[in-house]
Design a protein around this ligand. Structure first.
Ligand code: NI
Length: 226
């Protein structure tokens, strides 16, 4: 009997530990881990609010998770911008870096093709590329880079602190790959595509390497829901 109680206690502790970990990972930008933990536990106890099923090719966000929000960056023309400069518009946001040898160009190509696929609807969308390599991605080279993909693609960069902060709000992972043999380096980074609503918050997360059709479909699904 005592052994059973001890066993149950260990299970409970492991569950709470897991919830604490989940709370840490998925807490909102300005939320403490403790608050997020309480919300998680409450979420287990009660039913969740009903939300529309995610569009094909998209990632379901855990209930209560909010991505996006405030940022302060520099655009490809050298102008300081914040989320307020994009308020009222739909954005397709991708994080990467212009020196990326393969993944970023492919993803940006897919986003540009999705814009073409959307036709006149694409006028409601601003595609945005946020650099996770602010050391090398300065406005001037970013300006040349974005023009390769789409005439309306906006490139954003900033200080390392500014980029780290916006990446944190979108839960984007990035890390410099250290190399001793060469001055060049690669950035390891997550590769999700974010559909951001007029309020600056992420509405849909698309998997890496989503096809132009999938991206366009997710945009259409959001615009239909208005
Ligand atoms: Ni890349």
């Amino acid at each position: 009997m005592l052994r059973l109680i001890r066993y149950l206690l260990i299970v409970v502790i492991l569950c709470l530990g897991g919830l604490w970990g989940a709370a840490w990972l998925w807490r909102e930008p300005d939320e403490s881990v403790a608050d997020a933990f309480v919300r998680r536990v409450a979420g287990f106890a009660g039913p969740q609010g009903t939300s529309a099923p995610p569009a094909p090719g998209t990632v379901a966000m855990p209930p209560g998770v909010k991505l996006g929000g405030a940022f302060s960056l520099v655009d490809n023309t050298g102008k300081n911008v914040t989320e307020k400069d994009f308020a009222g518009r739909w954005l397709v946001v991708y994080f990467g870096y212009s020196f990326c040898p393969d993944v970023c160009p492919t993803e940006l190509g897919n986003i540009a093709a999705a814009m073409d696929e959307l036709g006149p609807q694409s006028e409601k969308i601003t595609p945005v590329f946020i650099s996770v390599d602010p050391e090398r991605d300065r406005p001037a080279n970013l300006n040349e880079y974005v023009a390769l993909f789409h005439p309306r693609l906006v490139g954003l960069t900033g200080s390392i602190e500014q980029v780290t902060e916006v990446a944190r709000r979108y839960r984007v992972y990035f890390r410099k790959e250290t190399r001793t043999d060469n001055a060049d380096y690669l950035m390891d980074h997550s590769s999700f595509i974010y559909l951001v609503g007029p309020d600056g918050m992420v509405k849909t997360v698309l998997r890496p390497q989503s096809s132009p059709e999938t991206i366009a479909g997710a945009v259409r699904a959001q615009l239909r829901n208005l």
